[in-house]
Design a protein around this ligand. Structure first.
Ligand code: DX5
Ligand code: ZN
Length: 232
């Protein structure tokens, strides 16, 4: 997994057919997804429940590229080993999930995964400066976590400040929530390179009819690349 700031589209399987995750992961990758984003929710940190390490382990063989696991759970630490063993390439924990995010990030890397730090819309960048040497990704939430299909909350000012803070460090800026061909360029222009999209990727398609996934991914990518001037 070499570092690049090129735009990457990460479909969230929260919007996939839950009875068909393996085939859905293969379908979005075949249709041009760069990463697969896996939303883990516990019904405690967020008001919704999805799945845990066993499901991640089951879908892992169906993902050729990066499995990007977003933990919306509290506590985090007791489960890090399980998600790492399930094959997560990136494990992202929320700064709001506990008092000891530094320890959590250390544990993620110690378990062999890349470490991500997620920030809710109401959370500022205070403290991020102290963690820059222990993170591979910052996930800036553009919805309050818990559900797919919510309305985009513009966090471009936060992303611009974060981009300046990161400087030349190899840290991805990921945006999660409400990404569409209309909102993605706003965040790409501000400095994001990973765009998570659930409903905007999976709408209109299915495992039997995956072409709309490809069209949706291309529409988001093209709009974002045009905004950053990296389009061919
Ligand atoms: C929200 C999740 C997101 C979300 C994205 O709690 O972390 O990954 O499912 O879904 P859309 O793209 O539908 O907002
Ligand atoms: Zn997510």
């Amino acid at each position: 997994m070499s570092f690049s700031r090129a735009i990457k589209i990460a479909p969230s399987i929260l919007a996939a057919d839950f009875a068909n995750f393996g085939a859905e992961c293969r379908a979005v990758e075949d249709q041009g997804a760069d990463w697969v984003h896996v939303d883990v929710m516990d019904g405690h940190f967020v008001p919704n429940i999805t799945f845990g390490p066993a499901t991640c382990a089951a879908i892992r063989p169906h993902i050729r590229g990066v499995m990007d696991v977003h933990l919306m759970i509290a506590p985090v630490d007791p489960y890090i080993e399980g998600f790492a063993k399930a094959g997560a390439d990136i494990i992202t924990a929320h700064v709001e999930a506990g008092a000891h995010i530094h320890r959590t990030l250390q544990a993620i890397r110690a378990n062999g995964a890349k470490a991500g730090l997620a920030l809710n819309p109401g959370t500022g960048l205070d403290g991020v400066e102290n963690l820059l040497d222990m993170i591979d990704l910052v996930c800036v939430m553009t919805v309050n976590p818990g559900f797919g299909g919510q309305k985009f909350i513009d966090m471009s000012d936060k992303v611009r400040r974060l981009r300046a803070l990161i400087g030349a460090r190899p840290i991805h800026i990921e945006i999660d929530g409400g990404m569409t061909p209309e909102t993605a360029p706003i965040m790409a222009r501000a400095g994001a390179d990973v765009l998570v999209a659930g409903s905007a990727v999976f709408s209109g398609g299915s495992v039997e009819n995956p072409a709309p996934y490809g069209a949706n991914i291309r529409a988001i990518r093209t709009a974002a690349e045009a905004a950053t001037g990296t389009a061919l």
